[in-house]
Design a protein around this ligand. Structure first.
Ligand code: 6PG
Length: 249
């Protein structure tokens, strides 16, 4: 397997993690400001990134969000104002506080049937792709990890893990008895940079698996971008790692 340019950074606590990752994101967006191409950012769902998004919202007009395209790693198949909606979470913690043009926010329209929502997202990815490509090459993908080693909605044992011909696909999650739409491995692994954001002692076990020899046993372990892979952890989530495994902040 091709080597991945990987690094692990450990922060004291969730607040330091949010502040440190927010600073990295602001820096990356700012550094791309003089490029003609837009900055394509994929946002993770769930609870962990909420502190980060609130931190980014505090930055106001820094960075210049007007050239950033916001995408979603996955979505629950619920209406956009449902309490479980990742879009609603991102709107409330970040988007409503920054000046991001609505045309640059690419929501997964999960009020539609899962297959239809996935096909529509795949078409939106293609619409924004450079000539000859199926999807944009994402500048930065934020991802979380579940205790079972899933990431986005790439859950263990689901058919979406084998999808190679589309950028987005529907997935039925048996244990949650619910449908989701997820970005797929080809589009995630094509990214310039993937950043896992993981916090809390409950994730220490899966983190030590994913940063150890058994990574390939889990869906998150197959995230091997051709660009950079950065694990940003708080101390609690890093508790199972050997001492020298990471740079501490
Ligand atoms: C989602 C996410 C999912 C999440 C993990 C971790 O829609 O839930 O995309 O992959 O990142 O389940 O979730 P927590 O941050 O809530 O632990």
């Amino acid at each position: 397997m091709a080597d991945v340019n990987q690094q692990t950074i450990i922060f004291d606590d969730p607040q330091a993690l949010a502040a440190g990752v927010a600073e990295r994101i602001q820096g990356r967006v700012q550094a791309a400001a003089d490029r003609s191409a837009p900055f394509h950012l994929v946002l993770a769902g769930g609870s962990t990134p909420q502190g980060l998004y609130r931190q980014l919202a505090l930055g106001g007009e820094r960075p210049d969000w007007s050239r950033v395209h916001f995408w979603f790693s996955d979505e629950r198949c619920v209406p956009p104002d449902h309490r479980d909606s990742n879009y609603r979470m991102v709107r409330e913690t970040l988007l409503q506080s920054i000046d991001a043009p609505a045309r640059n926010v690419h929501r997964i329209a999960c009020e539609d049937a899962p297959q239809q929502a996935a096909q529509a997202y795949d078409a939106e990815l293609a619409r924004l792709a450079a000539p000859g490509r199926r999807w944009p090459r994402f500048d930065l993908v934020l991802l979380g990890v579940g205790e079972d080693g899933h990431t986005a909605s790439l859950f263990p044992g689901t058919p979406v893990l084998t999808v190679r011909d589309r950028g987005a696909a529907p997935v039925y999650v048996e244990k949650l008895a619910s449908w989701r739409v997820s970005l797929t491995y080809p589009v995630l692994n094509d990214a310039r940079r993937v950043l896992f954001l993981v916090a809390g002692g409950k994730k220490a076990g899966i983190v030590s698996q994913l940063l150890g020899a058994n990574a390939q046993n889990y869906p998150a372990g197959a995230i091997r971008p051709r660009g950079e892979l950065i694990w940003c952890l708080d101390r609690a989530a890093a508790a199972g790692l050997p001492g020298a495994a990471a740079e501490r902040r």
